[in-house]
Write a protein that binds this ligand. Sequence first.
Ligand code: ZN
Length: 321
Amino acid sequence: MIVWEAHACLPLHPRADFGPIDRLHAAGCNYVSINIGMDMNPLSQVMSVIGGFRTTIAAHPDRYVLASHVEDIERAAEEGKLALGFDLEGAMPLLEQPAMVALYRDLGVRQMHFAYNRNNSVAGGCHDEVQGLTPLGRKMVAAVNEAGVLMDCSHTGRRSSLDIMEASVKPVIFSHSNPLALVEHGRNVTDEQIRACAATGGVICVSGVSGFLGTRTPGADDVARHAAYIAEKVGVEHVGVGLDISFHEEGIDDTPPGDFDATYWWPKSAGYDRAIQRMTYTPIDTWSVLAPALERAGMTVAEAALVMGGNMARVARVVWG
Ligand SMILES: [Zn+2]
């Protein structure tokens, strides 16, 4: 069984400590998708983060494997190592060039979405005016399909996400998104989006963020409750987990350079109050107690294993090749 963490955030700094990633490994994860940048981060920052993270991974071949295929994850698990991949949150670092998708893939990016909360020239964000996938966006979906990268729709506006799922010829995922029917928040996804994702053969991964789970002290049972809702709607084979824990490190400042405005990216009107800092996360140990929580929510042992990683591994086999 592969345990798959679909989204985790280290400080966006080349010298970020991988200690939290080691703790995810200790809690049972076999694969972790690490964020390397969002629409708010300039290319100079995204590239230095990729360079730094690749250097850390390469310096510890006894501990980490940068995975290209699901087989790499299986081998890493057998050898007691953790497999890693990168994910990009937003299309702005693609510089409006579909060819950049394959370049990011070659640097280790295994999944990407197109808009971080706000609209851009490729797609609409979930906290902005309604905007569909643009003509450039259609080319970008084709490039993501062609490059063998997981097409992600978290943070994307509803209209654009439905357009992307219709345009994609490969399964599409939501790497960290929760059902709107359980918690009213702009970041959460409608039953229509959940059904469209399942229709692509994809997976909706439940996030562990307090505001999206609808609890101040989120834990494994909250994640399981949201997972059970999606399973009930579209089937357990379309449910995954991306806890989206954002790790901060003393002495490391990863604020984007220039006149960065957090309230633009995390608008108060969308319920962020003082931006994302007010959010809390499920503890890392959620992973070690998630299987029994999923069983308490009504799943069998085999179904819990699908949710914890089997489903994402199935989709990645199709998409990564
Ligand atoms: Zn995110």
